[in-house]
Design a protein around this ligand. Structure first.
Ligand SMILES: C[S@@+](CC[C@H](N)C(=O)[O-])C[C@H]1O[C@@H](n2cnc3c(N)ncnc32)[C@H](O)[C@@H]1O
Length: 228
């Protein structure tokens, strides 16, 4: 059997580090299936169900499960979203953009609400995902950031509590949790975001569009950047 050590990049190691030990983990959009292989090999989860919407990734995932001799511990099949997930389970959705993740949750909201833990690693528009989770009664229990090459990635551990919180636009970009724990990557994350806003503002200026909202947000983020 192959060794799972060194299998995960920093982004996926961050995701694995957020998973609370459980009987069975459902990895949605598994692609290569590295995460379930790692979680089983470390004894963090006893069983896994690894699914993907596409045939190609499922074939690769099945090959990797065989390579690691984990056919008895990991089921792999084609499935869209979380419709196949047993209620009360643990779910990982990693490596997709906010819009796709929100679609997956909305389509099977009752399953998402019942989950013991949902670990989410979002590749783009994370602020939209945070707002969606808060608006829909999902509590973000903890968050992490990591840097892989030149990109900063985040991950959340969330579950449904039914309590909807109030928040500002700035909270959706730099959540209070990350600010409170003085996350060492937060200032780099913020400066990257401010740079993105600069580019948007320049584009809007050139196109004669109103950019007051983006300017306000940029000022708010700059103030936070100075504070942390
Ligand atoms: C970029 S890969 C991420 C792989 C792995 N989860 C990771 O974090 O490295 C995204 C995978 O999600 C799959 N996917 C996209 N939308 C999906 C959906 N609605 N349901 C299941 N899988 C989906 C894609 O086919 C692709 O294999």
């Amino acid at each position: 059997m192959r060794e799972a050590e060194g299998l995960l990049n920093r982004r996926l190691l961050m995701v694995a580090g957020m998973v609370n030990p459980c009987e069975k983990i459902f990895d949605i959009g598994t692609d290569h299936c590295y995460l379930p292989v790692y979680l089983i090999s470390k004894g963090i989860c006893k069983k896994a169900v690894a699914t993907d919407i596409k045939k190609g990734p499922v074939k690769i995932a099945q090959r990797n499960v065989r390579l690691f001799d984990m056919e008895k511990s990991i089921d792999v099949f084609i499935s869209e979203g979380i419709s196949h997930v047993e209620k009360g389970s643990s779910i990982v959705i990693s490596g997709m953009g906010a819009d796709v993740i929100i679609d997956i949750l909305v389509k099977d909201m009752e399953i998402a609400k019942s989950a013991a833990q949902v670990i989410i690693q979002c590749q783009s528009r994370t602020e939209r995902l945070r707002a969606f989770l808060w608006d829909n009664g999902f509590e973000i229990k903890t968050e992490a950031l990591t840097q892989d090459k030149d990109k900063i990635y985040n991950a959340f551990l969330t579950s449904y509590s039914g309590i909807t919180g109030t928040y500002t636009k700035i909270d959706t970009i730099a959540s209070k949790h990350l600010v409170e724990i003085h996350h060492p990557l937060l200032s780099d994350y913020l400066s990257g975001y401010i740079k993105k806003l600069d580019d948007i503002i320049s584009g809007y200026m050139a196109g004669g569009r109103d950019f007051a909202e983006e300017t306000d947000l940029k000022r708010g983020l700059e103030a936070l950047y100075e504070d942390i």
